[in-house]
Design a protein around this ligand. Structure first.
Ligand code: FMN
Length: 283
């Protein structure tokens, strides 16, 4: 199936995009208007784009239904300040409630039952229940169009980050198993980043992997290996020596038995033992 954006409805395009590009982080944006009225709304057109300067961008889009701009867009343009709060599983229902299209000036902190606390460098309030709050100044607003569904990039420079100690590990870094972030997917779906949903992949940047193209065809063409298995085998700096391989296979009692070697290698890869997997596969 192919989707040409010019040939489908706005709603259909919206669904195709939001169901494909995900999970998306959620910017829980706190702003105020020129009169000081608080506003709090979630936006999943959001990410971080630069570390120096530290820049996050989110996009309140012009409504496809009412053809009006969101209050957050007006506030960000007017007062040039935003606090971005991260969304964890503990506050996902209150966050969702705050996305209701309340009239301008209605305080979504009160509507959602979340607690506003003062920021240090900007006027918008932080969400107390969110473990990470970013005080930002708006560097730029880029309007991407004037139609329903047109996004507006709110380019935010992070001035100060607040991190709740409960999500830190002993090295003062943010523990990914503690933070319990949620992400937005298509339809009514969200994803919760904890438990079995979390896994690690060692960064290839730390070594120069030989690459899948350097794996001998005899191994590469075995259907037992998936793309992920080949990716792991390719992420080794040097193929182990045949002496090491021989000794290892001898120890396991699987010398000259290709089918057992393949089964063992598959098992070792599942345990992320790449060096050992190589040793059972080479002559
Ligand atoms: C999880 C979530 C993510 C959302 N992401 C966006 C988004 O990226 N852009 C957008 O325009 N609206 C998004 N919305 C809808 C807005 O939150 C909603 O239109 C809100 O009423 C805007 O409030 P405001 O007019 O007070 O700024 C999202 C809603 C939810 C629940």
């Amino acid at each position: 199936m192919k989707v040409n954006p010019k040939e489908v409805s706005l709603g259909a395009m919206h669904n195709y995009l939001l169901s494909s590009i995900g999970p998306r982080p959620i910017c829980f944006a706190s702003t105020i208007d020129a009169k000081g009225n608080k506003n709090l709304s979630p936006f999943s057109y959001f990410n971080v784009f630069s570390t120096q300067p530290p820049i996050a961008i989110f996009s309140p889009a012009k409504s496809g239904r009412t053809l009006t701009q969101k209050d957050t867009y007006h506030n960000a343009k007017e007062t040039r300040e935003v606090v971005i709060n991260v969304v964890t599983h503990d506050i996902v229902q209150q966050m969702s409630l705050s996305s209701t299209a309340y009239a301008k000036g209605v305080d979504e902190f009160a509507k959602s039952g979340l607690t506003p606390i003062a920021s240090e460098l900007v006027k918008p309030f932080r969400v107390k229940e969110s473990p990470i709050q970013l005080e930002c100044k708006v560097r730029d607003v880029i309007e991407l169009g004037d139609q329903g569904g047109s996004g507006n990039l709110i380019i935010c420079e992070i001035l100060l980050m607040h991190i709740d100690e409960s999500v830190l590990d002993e090295n003062q870094t943010i523990d990914q198993t503690k933070i319990d972030l949620v992400g937005r997917m298509g339809g009514d779906y969200y994803v919760r980043a904890n438990g079995d949903a979390l896994f690690t992949v060692p960064k290839p940047i730390r070594n120069l992997g030989i690459g899948v193209d350097q794996i001998p065809d005899k191994i590469k063409n075995e259907s037992i290996f998936s793309g992920n298995d080949l990716g792991m085998l390719g992420n080794i700096e040097a193929i182990p020596s045949s002496e090491d391989a021989k000794a290892f296979k001898n120890e396991l009692g699987i010398e000259n038995d290709w089918s057992s070697q393949l089964t063992k290698a598959k098992e070792l890869l599942a345990e992320e033992k790449i060096e050992e997997a190589w040793k059972v596969l080479i002559d």
